[in-house]
Design a protein around this ligand. Structure first.
Ligand code: ASP
Ligand code: MG
Length: 421
């Protein structure tokens, strides 16, 4: 069987949805599960809607809600004309629910993360309802499934952790028997629910991860992620003019690239498919004949040099006040605080009496971390830096790492942290 994933850009308007329907029809020989994101920038709009409500801007809130509704209605009208029938009814009900939640926020001026997850989940509920409705309208065999009944998570709202045992049991029992050639099963990316049924989300851009979860649990032959780019490029085309498409990547290269900032696919996507050795194809929905990029156990025979940049990095230099060695005891002490305060570490280096870290660190977290270590250590930090990663680097690339705050090189990878724009 196949798992396919379509991102927001691929379902942003009626012509795009028709194109998705064609791609699904083209693969109809395979039993298929299809994961879909919210249309266009809907998740951002729902986020803005919730924050408007929270700041009690009633008029702006309802204007925003009206815009989100008009956007979806235009897609419905163009796809179904007068015949939207039950799809229209479902969409109306979703908007009634959104309105009720928004009114609740306005009234209580309270906006817990739980409510954030409920609101943004409607993006995927709407897009999948419209796509599944369209396929059924085209007389295709298509089932709509609520991912929240299958993907079970903890209550860590906005970045919930999957409970794998339950999720995989649900997916195998509920989806397994429904799979058959000629039928597509449509479900939402990004969303799940707690054991008690509260809606959760897996973190922004998390639909790729959802697709990987389904592929893992159903032991898919392959996972196809459809994007508006030709495949994975060796650099961000906004930053370099000489980019090339990479035909093949190993799981390890893919995980390194996505972790260090290549935004084509969500970094959490690789582990579940690696563990079942399922190949991932990054394909272009604008040109289905393009080969795209294949991520599997195979390494590219001719390594391609890739350039990746991760922004908003903070460099931390930590020295014991009393000149103690940076030994295992001190390292453990520091890392206990790293873990407690929630810093996300990207690089670590130690010397005899110092430790250097490159981290993702919102201001508040940094302050908390510094306060925890202040008694025993001298701490210097510098923020708004960039972490550069060069995979399969050449000797001449080393020049770029000159005057970096931190440099690391292992095997074929070069990492450095710089002030540079
Ligand atoms: N719609 C969600 C977001 O924009 C999930 C996704 O697109 O992957 O973050
Ligand atoms: Mg999206």
């Amino acid at each position: 069987m196949l798992v396919m994933k379509f991102g927001g850009a691929s379902v942003k308007d009626a012509p795009s949805i028709r194109n998705v329907a064609e791609i699904i029809a083209h693969h109809a020989a395979h039993p298929m599960l299809v994961v879909i994101s919210a249309s266009g920038k809907t998740t951002n709009h729902l986020e803005e809607l919730a924050f408007l409500a929270k700041s009690n801007q009633e008029e702006a809130t309802f204007r925003k809600l009206g815009n989100i509704r008009t956007y979806h209605q235009a897609i419905l009208d163009e796809l179904f004309g007068e015949n939207a029938g039950t799809v229209q009814e479902k969409v109306n009900n979703f908007f009634k629910e959104i309105k009720r939640i928004v009114q609740g926020i306005l009234l209580l001026e309270e906006f817990p993360p739980r409510t954030y997850d409920r609101i943004v989940s409607f993006g995927e509920l709407l897009s999948t309802t419209i796509v599944a409705g369209y396929l059924q309208h085209q007389q295709k065999d298509c089932l709509w499934v609520d991912a929240r009944e299958l993907v079970k998570t903890d209550a860590n709202y906005q970045a919930a952790n999957v409970i794998w045992s339950l999720t995989s049991k649900n997916i195998q029992e509920e989806i397994g028997p429904q799979l058959q050639p000629g039928r597509s099963i449509i479900t939402q990316g990004f969303i799940g629910s707690t054991i008690s049924g509260k809606t959760t989300t897996l973190g922004r851009e998390g639909s790729d991860y959802t697709a990987s979860i389904f592929a893992h649990c159903l032991q898919a032959e392959k996972l196809m992620v459809w994007k508006d780019v030709r495949g994975i490029l060796n650099a961000d085309p906004r930053l370099r003019t000489d980019t090339i498409k990479i035909d093949r990547l190993s799981y390890e290269e893919a995980v390194e690239m996505t972790f260090y900032g290549a935004s084509v696919i969500h970094p959490k996507t690789i582990k579940p498919i690696f563990n079942k050795q399922i190949p991932l194809l990054v394909k272009c929905f604008l040109d289905v004949h393009e080969d795209g990029t294949r991520i599997s156990e195979d390494v590219n025979p001719e390594p391609i040099t890739s350039y990746i940049v991760k922004k908003n990095q903070t460099f931390i230099h930590i020295k014991p006040k009393d000149f103690s060695f940076m030994d295992e005891r001190l390292m453990q002490q520091i890392f206990n605080h790293v873990y407690k305060s929630g810093l996300k570490v990207n690089l670590v280096q130690t010397t005899a009496i110092s430790m250097m870290l490159c981290v993702d660190a919102p201001e508040a977290i940094m302050e908390e971390f510094k306060a925890l270590l202040l008694d025993d250590f001298v701490i210097e930090t510098e923020s708004e830096l960039k972490l550069f990663t060069i995979m399969n680097f050449n000797i001449r690339d080393l020049k770029q790492a000159q005057d970096a705050l931190m440099v690391q090189q292992n095997e074929n990878k070069l990492y450095f942290v710089k002030r540079e724009k």
